[in-house]
Design a protein around this ligand. Structure first.
Ligand code: 8YV
Length: 316
């Protein structure tokens, strides 16, 4: 029997996952082609494609969905599905899976790392030593500590709660905001994102990107966080008005920002790179050997489930 044809938009770094995928499916690897050739490559196989394998940052738009007449399932090797046109897929009864849970620990770890790095000014301290400033006795300003500070968490799902659990031993207080209150949570819910920012020393973004959260972190929220405040974003760049963020950092209305995600990845605004009070990483929250293997395996298991006629394991 012939293997189902799958359009693969991104490689998993797990060689075990990639070899299982090749064994069980007829793979058409879009990522192996230069951007200018991808459309004609897709056109050549579109009529045969029954599944798409993609990742959050690449997504899948309505135009491409319309070019795939036999599409049955889309497996997303990410938890965030904001760039997947879910209504267009639902309209044709096409199933969708993602990878919740398996990346929670590593993404939460990165949030803690970013917060500590920004608050204790790790990049500046590292540069100080490398430049030889220590040896010449150049003046050093003390940083502020974490004990007794409040972390406001925007989006208090799996990842947000995992971050709070990691930060609790640092002697911190917590509050969260999201539209739906969490029954029985010991962490208080703020009435709005603005109120959360006003009562917090640190604002940690863990919410999904939706029409409602786009640019939710605007000039007003950043000013409410304040001149000593630190913004941490491990969710999606779209949550933040980046122009307002640059202005707040440059004018001293916000203390620092530690960002793993950006509005137009992989393009990071030059002012964010030039500012001394930023810590920047290239969307690496889930980028560990273990997690990328687990994500890839779950994505593959969803694909296999569909073609074995059983329900998807982690259906969106
Ligand atoms: C990226 C993420 O998707 O899962 C998500 O939503 O943002 C990350 O894990 C990763 O770059 C996928 O390759």
């Amino acid at each position: 029997m012939s293997k189902p044809d799958v359009l693969v938009f991104a490689q998993s770094p797990s060689t075990a996952v990639m070899s299982q995928l090749a064994l069980q499916f007829e793979c058409h690897h879009v990522w192996q082609y230069p951007a200018a050739q991808q459309s004609s490559m897709i056109a050549a196989v579109a009529a045969r494609i029954r599944a798409v394998w993609t990742v959050g940052p690449i997504g899948l738009d309505a135009g491409l969905i319309a070019r795939l007449p036999r599409l049955e399932v889309v497996v997303v090797n990410s938890v965030g599905v904001d760039k997947i046109d879910l209504p267009a897929l639902a309209a044709r009864g096409i199933k969708v899976s993602n990878t919740p849970g398996v990346l929670t620990d590593d993404v939460a770890d990165l949030a803690v790392l970013l917060l500590l790095a920004a608050q204790r000014r790790l990049p500046a301290m590292d540069a100080y030593v490398r430049r030889g400033d220590w040896a010449t006795g150049a003046r050093l300003q003390p940083a502020h500590g974490l004990r007794g500070k409040t972390a406001g968490i925007f989006g208090f799902g799996r990842i947000g709660q995992a971050i709070a659990a990691r930060l609790a031993p640092f002697g911190m207080e917590f509050a969260y905001f999201q539209p739906r209150a969490i029954d029985g949570s010991a962490v208080p819910r703020a009435a709005s994102l603005l109120e959360l920012a006003a009562r917090s020393d640190y604002l940690i973004l863990c919410a999904p990107a939706t029409a409602a959260t786009r640019h939710a972190v605007d000039a007003e929220v950043l000013s409410a966080l304040g001149p000593q405040g630190v913004l941490v974003n491990i969710a999606r760049g779209a949550l933040v008005d980046e122009a307002a963020l640059v202005a707040a950092l440059a004018e001293g209305r916000l203390g620092a920002a530690a960002l793993d995600v950006f509005e137009d990845e992989p393009n990071v605004p030059a002012p964010l790179c030039a500012l001394p009070n930023t810590v920047l990483t290239p969307h690496i929250g889930s980028l560990t050997v273990e997690t990328r293997h687990a994500m890839g395996q779950l994505t593959l298991d969803n694909l296999c489930a569909h073609f074995s006629g059983v329900p998807l394991l982690t259906s969106v």
